[in-house]
Design a protein around this ligand. Structure first.
Ligand SMILES: [Zn+2]
Length: 249
């Protein structure tokens, strides 16, 4: 099975002891490519450094809502000029932890959306407990390529996103959410979703509780295949194609 992990944080210190092994193991065990996600200046730089070192790692740059108060537009523009950058993100709103004030989160989200549109780059969205505001800010600007990473909304919210032409991305949470996402997965069109680990977080069953790693994306694929009544290889193939199209890889 060949698959893509569209959202990992392999630069995090969780991998300081064995980063090279984790990355090599992912590619040996089926990863076609990995997208390493930035959440602020430092981690975006680290993502680019990983992408420079490994041909099949690509990077994103952006200021996560937690770090919105440290947003630096000049730095973002410089980061986005790197040739292995494939998206702006992860950006959005987080009203669960509210580590930056809401008004600043919204302002910084909006600024980064405008830059993504200008640069013709897709947007990786982080939305936690902020569905309505996240959607309406995006709707105002109508970027073409948007993915809601680790989709956590309900069925109606999923339909609103799909109606805009945007994408959903699923993590290991679908292996332990007791069916909450099943109707969404069942009905999501085959060309409008992909898969991700969000490693080191959100490890799927049967490894829940342990540190996550990109090859665990296969357990998410297997769960989706089971829900959709398809062969896992088929889900691996379509999610790979969707990711290639979305990120222009
Ligand atoms: Zn993430």
């Amino acid at each position: 099975m060949k698959f893509v992990d569209t959202h990992a944080h392999l630069n995090f210190r969780d991998y300081n002891r064995d980063r090279g092994n984790v990355i090599n193991s992912a590619f040996q065990n089926g990863a076609k490519f990995i997208i390493n996600i930035g959440i602020d200046q430092k981690t975006s730089e680290e993502s680019i450094a990983l992408a420079q070192k490994y041909e099949k790692i690509f990077a994103t740059a952006g200021w996560h809502p937690h770090d919105a108060k440290k947003y630096d537009e000049k730095q973002l523009l410089e980061l986005l000029s790197h040739k292995k950058i494939v998206a702006v993100g992860e950006i959005g709103l987080d009203y669960y932890r509210n580590l930056s004030p809401k008004n600043i989160q919204k302002e910084v989200f909006e600024k980064q959306i405008k830059i993504a549109i200008e640069k013709n780059l897709p947007i990786v969205v982080h939305d936690r407990n902020a569905h309505q505001d996240t959607f309406s800010i995006l709707e105002n600007h109508k970027p073409k390529k948007v993915v809601f990473h680790c989709f956590s909304g309900d069925f109606e919210f999923a339909q609103k996103i799909l109606d805009m032409g945007w994408f959903l991305s699923f993590t290991g949470t679908i292996t332990y959410d007791k069916g909450r996402s099943f109707s969404i997965i069942k009905s999501v069109p085959e060309d409008r979703f992909f898969v991700e680990t969000d490693a080191p977080f959100l490890t799927p069953k049967p490894f829940r509780g342990k540190r996550n790693r990109p090859e665990n994306v296969r357990y998410i694929i297997e769960k989706i295949a089971q829900i959709k009544g398809k062969n896992p290889n088929e889900i691996a193939k379509i999610t790979t194609e969707n990711a290639e199209n979305f990120f222009s890889i």
